[in-house]
Design a protein around this ligand. Structure first.
Ligand code: ADP
Ligand code: MG
Length: 685
């Protein structure tokens, strides 16, 4: 079956501009979108229950004659009608808002149908705001009535009509191989849609909304399959493109590794080998290096860079970091490591002075500079690399999609290594990052002792100041991180300044420095350098130090208003300590009252130190959409599948995608046309 252009809902009968606009608000653009718009719940209009037998607190439909109807004004204006049927039962129908038309419909002697739940009311059994039908001769519904999610001004009957019309327009013939469906025990698509949109009257209501209901499983599977297929196609397209193979010969890497004061962990060695292997291929590397905070990704990046540099006398490497402070720190490390090997490194950040910048630009353009470290300023339009072979992106989750694309602009054929300490749980990685190769550093360097975490009420701040004094008197250093104030950078600055002043007053024996985002790059660099060199004892900081900062002698981290921060942020901040052999402590100061989410977060960070486990719990607290952030994923979120509970379906979809691509290309095209239809653009990114 060829994949034809999707039919728009506008092509359905009686869908005019106004209705189409409302449908768009529900993201219903194509007839497939509409056919996949599932009910929230169902009403049973297939039978009429005798009033005398009608259950309490359960939706039901009754029919009776109005015995009495009046408008009351006490305690507030309301319409009260009493109906009675042949069973001898009677109930009240009560309306707090009503139109004059309803008063006419409920005039004494009229026969009406009412759908709702019967409750015990002040005047006896009653339905409040039931749905009323006066066409009591109409035949009863043959299936349960779907109630769809909708928007203001779009009534259920209209939406039902559109969805029914859309279903009539789609070809819901089966495109997946029967054997696959049989193996997974999934029903055919046509039957799936029928059972969800028009369930038979005897379908148990709880079953319909149960995620394990086979028709729901089928849709989740189809959705995950579409996602896997599109990822694989994107990946396939990338693998078709060419890049220059970079074969390292160890000329730089060997002396570099030998000069390190430590040996690489087995995990670091493994990922280095994976990267070396990628670089030697004739297609561009797109590898994500994941490793918990402190697992030692920077030396791996350095070795990757050296492999590329070994491969040719002109090859250049760019290293991009999300913050000025981190770029600066990386620059210092790379410069220190690479200069002895005769490799020139420059720093390029948004705040690099014009003269230095011009010199760097010239050096990169003529090839005399081989390594550039910087913020996203590195990839601005006016930057020209003479022979860029490898781009390394640190803390890649901090970069937006646009910035990642601008990197691609510098050459599709450039090998890319992305690094992240925000561990992405396996399910998310499998579904959203399926077009990348992933390497994981799954062990910390030896000799680390886990950071002790303490939760302290902020009223006990002076005790914490005592801890700072104690640590510093024993030759250690401390961070004191000021609260995140999202609404106002100015306010955050003020708090940081005040905290600094207060700590100086409380701890006159210590040398206390302040760092924040508004300082000039040179000032920040000087403050960081002094702290790294052990010249200052305490660094009061805003969250600018959140990622990457590496000062192994710092053993105490105090975080104010920890209840305001997200889990990955807390984990990152805590990861600034525990980098040396000394016992480290992280104090989370919190202020009451604590909300439920804040409580849950603090509990998780208190109980766990493993970044993957924290990320998993974070995912549970926040849900995948927020966890990834639209900014980060750029991918459409899942509507049906739930990555936490549908792992088995995700695995099945992954396997099925492989098989379909190899053996049923026509099914692939047809399936993607249904599921991605108007979102085709996404296939290209
Ligand atoms: P991250 O993965 O968070 O970026 P870093 O690369 O900053 O971690 O490394 C954290 C610290 O661990 C650094 O001080 C680094 O020198 C040190 N380190 C890295 N690898 C090892 C190793 N194999 N043995 C001991 N220390 C190491
Ligand atoms: Mg790092």
């Amino acid at each position: 079956m060829p994949a034809s252009a999707p039919v728009s809902v506008r092509d359905l009968p009686d869908v005019g501009e106004a209705l189409a606009k409302k449908l768009e608000k529900l993201h219903l653009h194509t007839v497939w979108d509409a056919a996949l718009h599932l009910p929230l719940r169902y009403e049973d209009e297939t039978r009429i229950t005798a009033i005398a037998d009608a259950p309490f607190n359960t939706p039901c439909q009754v029919q009776g004659t109005v015995a009495h109807c009046e408008i009351l004004f006490q305690p507030r204006k309301q319409l009260l009608a009493r109906i009675r049927d042949a069973s001898g039962g009677e109930i009240n129908l009560r309306f707090l808002h009503f139109y004059p038309n309803l008063v006419r419909q409920l005039a004494a002697g009229q026969t009406v149908r009412a759908i709702g739940e019967i409750k015990h009311g002040f005047f006896g059994a009653e339905m409040i705001h039931p749905k009323i039908r006066t066409d009591t001769d109409a035949p009863l519904a043959e299936s349960l009535t779907p109630v769809y999610p909708t928007v203001a001004g779009l009534a259920q009957p209209t939406l039902r009509r559109v969805i029914a019309a859309a279903r009539a327009r789609i070809d819901d013939g089966e495109v997946l191989p029967e054997a696959l469906l049989a193996q997974l025990k999934l029903p055919p698509l046509r039957q799936t849609l029928e059972r969800l949109h028009r369930p038979a009257p005897d379908t148990a209501p709880h079953l319909l909304t149960d995620p394990a209901f086979p028709p729901r499983q089928r849709l989740k599977f189809d959705e995950l399959l579409a996602q896997q297929l599109s990822m694989r196609l994107a990946r396939h397209a990338r693998e078709q493109s060419r890049a220059r193979p970079l074969h390292g010969n160890g000329a730089f890497g060997k002396p570099f590794a030998a000069a390190l004061p430590f040996a690489l962990t087995p995990a670091q060695q493994r990922v280095c080998a994976e990267i070396r292997n990628d670089l030697a291929q004739a297609r561009p590397m797109r590898r994500l290096l994941q490793g918990d905070v402190g697992s030692g990704k920077t030396v791996v990046a350095a070795l990757a860079a050296l492999t590329a540099l070994e491969a040719g006398d002109t090859v250049q490497v760019a290293v991009m970091a999300p913050t000025e402070i981190l770029a600066e720190q990386h620059y210092h490390k790379f410069h220190r490591w690479f200069a002895p090997l005769g490799i020139n490194t420059v720093l390029l950040s948004g705040r690099t002075r014009k003269k230095a910048k011009d010199a760097a630009k010239a050096g990169l353009a003529d090839g005399s500079i081989r390594v550039a470290v910087g913020t996203h300023a590195l990839f601005q339009n006016d930057m020209v690399f003479c022979d860029l072979g490898l781009a390394i992106v640190d803390e890649q989750h901090r970069f937006g999609v646009a910035q990642r694309l601008s990197l691609n602009d510098k050459g599709d054929n450039v090998h890319q290594l992305m690094m992240s300490a925000t561990p992405i749980p396996r399910t998310l990685a499998m579904s959203f990052l399926a077009d990348l190769d992933v390497s994981v550093i799954d062990e910390l360097p030896p000799g680390r002792t886990p950071v002790r975490t303490k939760l302290v009420n902020c009223r006990r701040r002076s005790e914490v100041e005592g801890m700072v004094l104690h640590a510093c008197q024993h030759g250690r250093q401390a961070y004191w991180v000021c609260p995140l104030i999202e609404e106002s950078e100015a306010l955050q600055l003020q708090t940081a300044t005040e905290t600094h002043a207060r700590l100086q007053a409380a701890l006159p024996a210590l040398n206390i420095a302040l760092i924040h985002g508004r300082m000039k790059a040179a000032e920040k660099a000087a403050v960081m350098a002094a702290f790294a060199a052990g010249k200052t004892d305490v660094l009061v900081a805003t969250t600018v130090i959140e990622v990457g900062v590496d000062v192994p002698n710092a053993a105490l981290m105090v975080i104010e208003h920890a209840e305001r921060m997200g889990l990955s942020q807390l984990h990152q901040l805590r990861g600034r300590v525990g980098r040396g052999a000394a016992h480290s402590t992280c104090v989370l100061l919190f202020a009451e009252p604590l909300g439920e989410v804040a409580k849950a977060r603090l509990k998780v960070i208190y109980q766990h130190t493993d970044g993957f486990e924290i990320a998993r719990q974070d995912l549970q607290i926040r849900g995948p959409g927020e966890f990834l952030g639209a900014r980060q994923s750029g991918a459409p979120m899942l509507r049906f599948a739930d990555l936490d509970s549908d792992l088995h379906l995700l695995e099945a979809a992954r396997q099925a995608a492989c098989e379909l691509l190899a053996r049923h290309p026509e099914a692939v095209a047809a399936h993607l046309a249904r599921w991605l239809g108007s979102r085709e653009a996404y296939l290209q990114t």
